[in-house]
Design a protein around this ligand. Structure first.
Ligand SMILES: N[C@@H](CCC(=O)N[C@@H](CS)C(=O)NCC(=O)O)C(=O)O
Length: 218
């Protein structure tokens, strides 16, 4: 088994990055600097024409999309506890994972990269403000889930949903949202980041958990 993970510090690739660390599997982490446009280099596009992270390379197979990567890792490394193994617990976890990936995550993309949705700078500002407000509501939904965590979002074992919740809450800081205003999610994120395996991913990505900066008034 040869596994290579292309990740970008602070990006959604943190989710599979943590899962690989939690699993204990050997893998080669490859950092892609999105702010330098490395995802658009000819070599990277030859591997992933969509120019995004994460990419998992398993032997000769290039796998993109967080949900597919997580399901692939979960099948290969069942002891890691990426998702509940079976039954309704698995169905519910997949439902939340899909929602995080197809709703919460793209809402943040409208805050962080409004230029992907319009060339017009004025409209970009409107999109950013509208999406930041929607994003706050979505973090509220995650907060309700975190308030029920026992002790993790999918039960006794830390898994993919905890890593995604941390990532999404952390991104909120860039949308002007103080993570401590979601106390259950903030507590979950801090506990998750403190796990030794996760701490290795945090260290490799040089992540600061709370990136919120209050608006300064002149
Ligand atoms: N649906 C994709 C989303 C991946 C995604 O949005 N990746 C972002 C980082 S969080 C990215 O690579 N952005 C760089 C770009 O679009 O230029 C997945 O689930 O993997």
């Amino acid at each position: 088994m040869s596994l290579k993970l292309y990740f970008a510090p602070g990006a959604c690739s943190f989710v599979p990055h943590c899962m690989l660390e939690l699993s204990g599997a050997a893998f080669e982490p490859v950092s892609v600097k999105l702010h330098k446009g490395e995802q658009r280099s000819a070599d990277y596009l030859a591997m992933n024409p969509r120019g995004q992270v994460p990419v998992l390379v398993d032997g000769g197979e290039v796998i993109t999309q967080i949900v597919a990567i997580l399901l692939h890792l979960d099948a290969m490394l069942p002891q890691a506890g990426i998702l509940p193994a079976s039954g309704l617990a698995r169905t519910r976890a997949l439902s939340t994972l899909a929602w995080m990936n197809n709703t919460v995550h793209p809402t943040f993309t409208h805050v962080f990269m409004p230029q992907k949705f319009t060339d017009d700078e004025g409209t970009q500002k409107v999109i950013r403000a509208f999406a930041a407000n929607s994003y706050r509501g979505l973090l509220g939904e995650i907060e309700a889930l975190a308030a029920q965590a026992a002790p993790w979002l999918t039960g006794e074992k830390p898994g993919a949903l905890d890593a995604y919740a941390l990532t999404l809450l952390r991104w909120g800081g860039y949308a002007g949202i103080d993570p401590t205003t979601f106390p259950a999610t903030w507590d979950l994120a801090q506990r998750f980041a403190a796990l030794p395996a996760v701490a290795r991913a945090v260290e490799r990505e040089k992540l600061q958990l709370n990136v919120y900066q209050p608006a300064t008034t002149a």
